[in-house]
Design a binder for this molecule. Structure first.
Ligand code: F6P
Length: 357
């Protein structure tokens, strides 16, 4: 008898169901006696014993379905060691539910924060397999996270739509792209949709350079300019501030997000009408793109093999096109950022894209 637990934690993304289907199909085709327990709403379900025994029917027809059949929630890693409002020790509660169900392994799908808790549970002696989920693509140790390309498609479509209206009105348009503290999503969506200026957290921007790029386009007879701005983009001056100083400054300025600050600056300095579009959570919605479906089927199947081989304590990564087991202890707590000197940035700059630096 093999008993596994499954949970999806943190912000959702498009291919969570595809990944769980890969795991369960990979196991059920090869293990005669399998029980799969699904914990609801991420670690919340594991802490409070909210779970259900799942059947193969639960994993049928979900390859193309967005969201997660198990639900998800954010349970911050930094609060894991703090008791809940009723004094419950969350880590002990998770361990107790794991042992109560006699699980052989817990398969955890999530991003960076989720991975840190997965590693903590590994350190506490549980058998863990982690699958790297996030539209941000910022998980260290894997070339790709699932959800990323589906989100690139949506952000790219948003910028494509902006292109036609920007051209009719001779305006400056800013599309704010998700990605948390890193610029992968903005970089790929921006390049794929022909954005003129791309601003990433990893390359602090200079207002003068943004204005220069807009004016250069104007002089060249281009009436409009499109900026793809990462939600975490930051100016050169702001990058020098401490976290506390920055928070104080942002509160004083009162902009809903960085894009609105840039739009005001462009309007004031160039006289151009600047509009902001924020696709927001649409970037995490809808069905997974074919790349993510194939990626998750591979990662899920590789996770099934890792479980059958009892190679616990690993993230199932994709490295140089191949699935690979990467020890959680080597990657948890690390962030994969865009290297400002990478070839993709150099190639984009060569064709005239400005990064505001
Ligand atoms: O990590 C995924 C992500 O969508 C980020 O890109 C974004 O910053 C964040 O989650 C939004 O979080 P929430 O859904 O909690 O608003």
């Amino acid at each position: 008898m093999l008993r596994i637990g499954l949970l999806t934690s943190g912000g959702d993304c498009q291919a969570l169901n595809a990944a769980m289907r890969g795991v369960v199909k990979g196991l059920s085709a090869n293990v005669p006696d399998l029980e799969v327990y699904g914990f609801f709403n991420g670690y919340h379900g594991l802490i409070y014993g909210d779970y259900r025994l799942l059947t193969s029917n639960d994993f049928s027809g979900i390859l193309t379905k967005g969201g997660t059949i198990l639900g998800s929630s954010r349970q911050p890693f930094k609060l894991m060691r703090e008791p809940d409002e009723n004094g419950l020790d969350k880590v002990e509660a998770m361990k107790s539910n794991y042992y109560k169900l006699n699980l052989n392994c817990l398969v955890i799908l999530g991003g960076n924060g989720t991975q840190k808790t997965a590693n903590l549970l590994r350190e506490e002696g549980l058998n863990i397999i982690h699958l790297p989920k996030t539209i941000d693509n910022d998980i260290y140790g894997t070339d790709m996270t699932f959800g990323f390309y589906s989100a690139v498609n949506i952000a790219c479509e948003a910028i494509d739509c902006i292109h036609t209206t920007a051209a009719s009105h001779n305006r400056v348009f800013i599309v704010e792209v998700m990605g948390h503290k890193v610029g992968w999503l903005t970089l790929y969506a921006g390049v794929a949709s022909g954005a003129d200026i791309i601003l990433l957290p990893e390359i602090p921007y200079d207002d003068d350079k943004i204005v220069e790029a807009i004016e250069a386009r104007h002089k060249a007879g281009k009436g409009f300019t499109i900026l793809a701005v990462a939600e975490g983009a930051i100016s050169k001056e702001d990058a020098k501030l401490s976290k506390k100083e920055l928070k104080k400054k942002q509160e004083k300025e009162g902009y809903p997000s960085v894009s609105y600050r840039i739009a005001k600056m462009i309007g004031d300095r160039t006289g151009a009408e600047a509009r902001v579009t924020v696709p927001g959570h649409t970037q995490r919605g809808g069905s997974p793109c074919p790349y993510d479906r194939a990626l998750c089927t591979r990662l899920g199947s590789a996770a099934a093999k890792a479980i059958m081989d009892q190679k616990y304590g690993n993230m199932v990564a994709i490295v140089d096109g191949e699935t690979k087991l990467v020890p959680l202890g080597e990657v948890a707590g690390k962030l994969k950022t865009v290297d400002p000197e990478c070839k993709m940035i150099k190639e984009a700059k060569r064709i005239g894209i400005s990064f505001g630096d």
